[in-house]
Ligand binder design. Structure first.
Ligand code: KIV
Length: 275
């Protein structure tokens, strides 16, 4: 149990997160299902229904194949399981980069059908006009700069960004453009040490780091990574549990009990009423 158990019942929203700039670090994790959202809700300020759901839950090789319908289903599940943390739903690849009107129609659909408090887009100077269009029409937007998983097919892999001066400058400009367009917070993913701090100092809204150092206003991880559900995790993940091993051992014990006819036992069966 975290020492900072949430006590209020009002659900947090974009202005609450923005107001945390430079204050107590903002605690964020990904969530895709109702039971997990219920557990995380006690501890998190913000839950992201990330398009990482495609890789974590659906076994896709990257996030490019994730659809609006998948995001809606998982967004609904997370909203049902939570009551206090702000819920942000990722806009999937292809749903927000074109015409601003299309981005708005898709964002509005995500918000209406899930009840979530905001959407997230992989941002940059090229997307800034669409962010402004959405925010001005009532859609709170969270940006995402640095390593952008939806650009994996252009970049050729999930590699840390901002090691060279020109790339650092571009990522800083992406973050500035995203914040100036009206994003309420910006995720900074997989950037070389120091750049996240520079971005945090340069923009007026909170930065949420993932593989971006402690120099951010908050942190996020993929929950399944930090719980140890995968054999491999990126360098920046700290494993707080080893659930893969625990699950495998538990399932092994169940299989042994079934094969030895030790399960079910007297405590796990129904008896007929006397008479
Ligand atoms: O999709 C996702 O889970 C994300 C986080 C890694 C920030 O974008």
């Amino acid at each position: 149990m975290s020492s900072h158990r949430q006590d209020s019942t009002r659900r947090l929203a974009a202005p609450d997160i923005t107001a945390r700039k430079g204050k107590t670090p903002i605690v964020c994790l990904t969530a895709y299902t109702s039971p997990m959202a219920e557990i995380l809700d006690d501890h998190c300020d913000l839950m992201l229904v990330g398009d990482s759901v495609g890789m974590v839950i659906h076994g896709l090789p990257n996030t490019v194949g994730v659809t609006l319908e998948m995001m809606i289903l998982h967004g609904q599940a997370v909203m049902r399981g939570s009551r206090r943390a702000m819920v942000v739903v990722d806009m999937p690849f292809g749903s927000y980069e074109g015409a601003a009107e299309t981005a708005y129609a898709n964002a509005a659909r995500l918000m209406k059908e899930t009840g979530a408090q905001a959407v997230k887009v992989e941002a940059g100077e090229t997307i800034a006009a669409n962010i402004e269009y959405l925010v001005k029409r009532g859609v709170p937007v969270m940006g995402h700069v640095g390593l952008r998983p939806q650009a994996v097919l252009v970049d050729g892999g999930f590699r840390a960004k901002g090691r060279a001066a020109e790339e650092r400058r571009r990522i800083l400009e992406d973050a500035r453009a995203t914040a100036e367009a009206g994003a309420f917070a910006v995720v900074v993913e997989g950037v070389a040490e120091g750049l996240a701090r520079e971005i945090t100092e340069a923009i007026e809204v909170p930065t949420i780091g993932i593989g971006a150092s402690a120099g951010c206003d908050g942190q996020i991880l993929v929950t399944d990574d930090m719980l140890g559900l995968f054999d491999w995790t990126p360098k920046f993940v700290r494993r707080y549990a080893d659930l893969r091993t625990e699950i495998s051992q538990a399932v092994g014990r169940y299989a042994d009990d079934v094969r030895a006819r030790r399960f079910p036992g007297p405590a796990e069966i129904y008896f007929a009423k006397a008479g």
